[in-house]
Design a protein around this ligand. Structure first.
Ligand code: B12
Length: 385
């Protein structure tokens, strides 16, 4: 069964529960059937699930619960969604034999759409999900705040659902005033270089140094596995710690057949976020890209950052990476790995030969209070660039 337009769902395992084996299997099956799954991970409080569901504007939240607290937890998620005006976002889930038929009935009365019991074939689940959440529901009430913004992003994703020549050029114009107060930073690099962890560390520094009223946004991309009309595991939220914060608006985007690291609607979504006047900083993270990728064309991005792994291979490889010419800033992350100093020296020589004043930084994003990340944060904020 392949569904016509990607359904977006959020899945998670509740707080005080590490049973993620079932949801990992179910996620895979959902993706195989053309569903885009924003996976939040295990041990997640209701507020984190609700914040993510609203910002991602998913059609429903799927919870896998084995800790025995399902009746209260599902009701709490429902109540928090309703309180934010997100009544149209459904809730469903399972938990094997830990959820009894009597519990499921009570949960239904409290607003859970469906509980799947032990022994339900995956095929039956997929059929029900397609039927129940296949169509975008009519929005109820007047949306405000993050919900309103999230719905605009969904409109943009639906309007640009096919690959375009260049997502960054598919935009009209960000009002000059909004653009002035919002810095846009593009971060790209190969898979496994540590882009998401680095961004989460930048978020930590943003939250600590900017006033409590200041917010930032992240547009985070993952590949649609199989191109346009295919499913995707949008898993960056699961690895982020500091980004689970009301001052951060994060949207996970599938590439939907667009090559080059972005989605067909990235430019338009960026225009909406930057134009909203809500954010001081917007970070765009591409999928893990290849040597030829040049994702950030046009004028929308103020700073282009290439994040590299020290083990890129021989020096010859550096001649082939297109972003080494286009990035204003190159970061060699994982600088605690063997060979990192040699890598930095080689990249430095490569950049020097460009004679464009490009900067090079070494970071270890996983190290607490890494001074390289501190310096990166100052540059992201506009110092010297
Ligand atoms: C595997 C397992 C583990 C593994 C977990 C590995 C992992 N990473 O997930 C390990 C060994 C680590 C483990 C540890 C513990 N476990 Co355990 N575990 C299980 C076990 C055997 C299977 C659960 C499972 O994954 N099933 C496979 C799934 C695919 O099938 P299913 O459960 O039947 O689910 C179906 C549907 O419900 C549906 N479904 C499930 N989730 C979702 C979600 C969505 C969105 C949808 C659509 C459908 C859906 O899909 C399936 C389709 O048929 C159960 C016992 C059991 N037989 O259920 C105990 C069980 C859940 N564990 C239990 C306990 C107590 C623990 C521990 C506390 C033990 C301890 N003292 O250390 C720890 C806690 C760990 C933690 N951090 O939370 C108890 C929970 C009791 C309770 N809640 O009252 C159980 C019930 C065992 C028991 N009978 O006592 N556990």
């Amino acid at each position: 069964m392949t569904l016509p337009t990607p359904i977006r769902l959020l899945t998670a395992v509740p707080i005080c529960d590490g049973h993620d084996s079932a949801i990992n299997t179910i996620n895979l099956e959902l993706i195989r059937h053309g569903i885009e799954v924003v996976y939040l991970g295990y041990h997640r409080p209701a507020a984190e699930i609700v914040r993510a569901a609203v910002q991602e504007d998913v059609r429903a939240v799927g919870l896998s619960s084995y800790n025995g607290g399902h009746v209260e937890f599902f009701a709490e998620v429902r109540a928090q969604l309703d309180a934010l005006g997100a009544r149209q976002i459904g809730i469903f889930g399972g938990g094997g034999g830990t959820i009894t038929a009597a519990d499921a009935e009570m949960m239904g009365q409290q607003g859970t759409d469906r509980i799947f019991f032990a022994g339900t074939p995956l095929h039956d689940m997929l059929g029900w999900i397609g039927e129940r959440y296949g169509k975008r529901p009519e929005a109820t009430g007047v949306a405000s705040g993050d919900l309103a913004l999230a719905r605009k992003l969904t409109d943009a994703e639906e309007a640009f659902s096919r690959p375009v020549a260049d997502p960054m050029l598919e935009v009209s114009n960000i009002p000059a005033r909004a653009k002035k107060s919002c810095r846009v930073v593009g971060i790209t690099g190969p898979g496994g270089a540590g882009k998401t962890t680095l961004i989460d560390e930048l978020v930590l520094r943003f939250l600590r140094t900017r006033p409590a009223s200041a917010r930032m946004a992240i547009l985070s991309h993952d590949p649609s596995i199989g191109g346009q009309g295919a499913g995707a595991l949008l898993g960056d939220r699961a690895t982020m710690i500091y980004s689970q914060n009301d001052r951060v608006f994060m949207r996970s985007m599938a590439t939907r057949g667009q090559s080059g690291g972005l989605s067909p609607s990235t430019g338009r979504c960026l225009e909406i976020l930057a134009g909203s006047g809500e954010f001081e900083l917007v970070i765009i993270e591409t999928v893990g890209t290849g040597q030829e990728a040049l994702p950030f064309s046009g004028e929308l991005v103020d700073l282009r950052i290439l994040v590299m792994n020290p083990d890129y291979g021989s020096r010859l490889q550096l001649q082939k990476i297109a972003m080494l010419d286009a990035a204003e800033l190159v970061v060699v992350n994982k600088s605690d790995l063997r060979g990192a100093r040699t890598a930095s020296a080689e990249v430095e020589r490569r950049l020097a030969s460009n004679k464009r004043g490009q900067r090079l930084l070494s970071t270890t994003a996983t190290r607490h209070r890494d001074t390289g990340v501190d310096e990166l944060f100052s540059l992201v904020n506009g110092r010297d660039f």
